[in-house]
Design a protein around this ligand. Structure first.
Ligand code: MG
Length: 208
């Protein structure tokens, strides 16, 4: 990955460690080669950190990243929860709004032509984005209901030969919440094949 972009990705606000970000970028590139012309999709954009890793891959691969987020924060980002950031609350509205930060992040990285923001809930976006996608990256709400709903809605959109990436997969409950791990197990049971594991990032391939 281009050093200046890597620097911006590492500096961006978010929850993606550098080694996992690079693995995500690599998966994005692999996917654009495996399924030329198809978009990359991410569910859960937050402030655009993973959007740089995947947007850079989309640019290199001659496609776009479709970045889906309602930009109001997941349950775990709300006030009183561990992952809340008060600086992201729009004082005029009284709700989290990560869209301005996201847009700034993507613009500063020079990736605006390659990143299409879809400001919508995941189920609504799923009804509008037909697929197939070269890669779907699932990193939306981490509660049981949203995590499984994201898998239900988006995993069928992964192209044959394409990739499904899941963030925050923790086999040991001591390390983090269950739902992303449960989703990962569902993907294996559904025939997705392990391709790579870096930290809590899992990348799986659809073979059929
Ligand atoms: Mg995450």
């Amino acid at each position: 990955m281009e050093p200046s972009l890597l620097e911006r990705a590492e500096a961006a606000k978010g929850f993606m460690p550098p080694d996992e970000g690079l693995a995500l970028h690599r998966a994005g590139l692999d996917a654009t080669r495996a399924v030329p012309g198809a978009p990359l999709v991410e569910i859960g954009s937050w402030c655009g950190k993973s959007g740089i890793y995947l947007g850079a891959a989309a640019r290199e691969g001659g496609t776009v990243l479709v970045a889906v987020d309602h930009h109001r924060g997941s349950e775990e980002n709300q006030p009183g929860w561990e992952w809340h950031d008060p600086s992201l609350v729009d004082p005029g509205v009284g709700l989290i709004d990560t869209l301005p930060t996201f847009r700034r992040t993507i613009w500063e990285a020079g990736l605006e032509p390659h990143v299409v923001a879809v400001v919508a809930s995941s189920p609504v976006a799923a009804s509008l984005v037909a697929g197939p996608a070269a890669l779907v990256f699932v990193d939306g709400g981490h509660g049981a209901e949203p995590a499984h709903a994201d898998y239900d809605a988006w995993s069928p959109k992964v192209a044959v030969g394409g990739l499904l990436a899941i963030h925050d997969v923790f086999p040991d409950p001591a390390d983090g919440g269950r739902p992303p791990y449960e989703v990962y197990l569902r993907a294996l049971a559904d025939g997705f094949v392990d391709q790579a594991a870096t930290g809590s990032l899992r990348v799986l391939r659809r073979d059929r």
